[in-house]
Design a protein around this ligand. Structure first.
Ligand code: ADP
Ligand code: MG
Length: 322
């Protein structure tokens, strides 16, 4: 192919990059963390990529659910799809605002735009039979009982810390209006999309799209978006500098490169837990298999060096191990 477009990088990172458990969670702190994030986001632009950003929303959507719960006698509650939409707006705004300022400071003329993204899931997805993703605040057993009876919530006792709502986490099937994102990227804009994994919607029998009480894993949505955009690099930013074999054990070994076959073997061998590294590796494998391009997994501190191939773990197609 002879298209002369600039390479595209899609980056995914967790919502706790912008709202950490050790903080008070004030708005000021969140803007400061967003400002810090723009430093490493700008590194990707400096490397010559068009940039697409996918952020998580775990702590933020949890806070909105607390607000809903606390105000329940005064303001009618919103469903989870609406709460996710709210976080796409609020987190999108903070990132967009601070990235705009960063680019202004660095005299890079690029618009920054947040796309409120609906992501289609299937009603037949097995996740709807087995809601397993804990979301939102912890409740007492007493309040949990009320919520289960009055609201029909499914709730589980979470590691002695209280009761939490569990919701389905279906896989993303299609990003609605992804063509718009493509146009925006082609026009040179930095795009923030699929925030929080996207607003989950399904198509009803009449063909209409309806929001659904679920959350989509942002790593899977980001992978799908990166595939749709034919991205040249998919970056998964997390809390560890590299992926490890035998993580947390005495024989732990950090990996510079990991082939798709080896990654699949390690998935089979339960090297990557379902609630943390598992979805990242699966999302990464899907991207590499579909595009033949590479995935970089690292943390914020090592991103710059990793972009220069001096840090991080690269998930690569088979036969490209060195
Ligand atoms: P995020 O908020 O970025 O989605 P997660 O906590 O869900 O982060 O997943 C990343 C975590 O996965 C790491 O911080 C690490 O503790 C854990 N982890 C589990 N297995 C591995 C492994 N094999 N190699 C590296 N990290 C691993
Ligand atoms: Mg995670």
């Amino acid at each position: 192919m002879s298209d002369a477009r600039k390479p595209i990088a899609v980056i995914a990172f967790g919502g706790n990059a912008l709202l950490r458990p050790q903080d008070h969670g004030t708005q000021e702190e969140q803007f400061t963390l967003a400002w810090k994030a723009t430093r490493w986001l700008a590194e990707i632009i400096h490397r010559g990529y068009e940039l697409v950003i996918v952020h998580g929303n775990g702590p933020q959507v949890g806070n909105i659910m607390i607000q809903v719960e606390e105000a329940i006698t005064k303001i009618p509650p919103q469903t989870l799809d609406v709460c996710v939409a709210q976080t796409e707006g609020s987190i999108g705004y903070m990132l967009q605002n601070q990235l705009r300022n960063r680019l202004l400071e660095e005299q890079i003329a690029k618009p920054v735009v947040t796309v409120l993204t609906e992501v289609e899931v299937s009603r037949e997805d097995p996740a709807f039979e087995n809601p397993s993703k804990p979301v939102g605040p912890y409740f007492t057993a007493y309040r949990a009982n009320q919520l289960m009876q009055e609201q029909g919530w499914l709730m589980v006792e979470d590691a002695g810390r209280g009761w939490r709502k569990v919701v389905p986490s279906p896989v993303p099937k299609r990003i609605l209006d992804v063509e718009v994102v493509k146009h925006l990227v082609a026009s040179g804009a930095v795009v923030i999309a699929c925030g929080g994994g996207g607003i989950p919607v399904y198509q009803d029998v009449g063909g209409y799209f309806r929001g659904v009480e679920a959350v989509i894993d942002k790593d899977y949505s980001a992978s799908l978006l990166a595939q749709e955009l034919c991205a040249d690099l998919f970056i998964i930013l997390t809390q560890v500098p590299q992926v490890a074999e035998n993580y947390g054990r005495p024989n732990q070994r950090w990996l510079d490169r990991l082939t798709v076959s080896k990654a699949k073997e390690m998935l089979e061998a339960h090297q990557f837990p379902p609630g943390s590294m598992g979805p990242k590796i699966r999302a990464a494998v899907q991207f590499v298999e579909k595009t033949g391009k590479e995935v970089l997994i690292t943390d914020a501190e090592h991103l710059k060096d990793a972009l220069a191939r001096k840090a991080g773990t690269f998930l690569v197609p088979d036969g490209k191990e060195d």
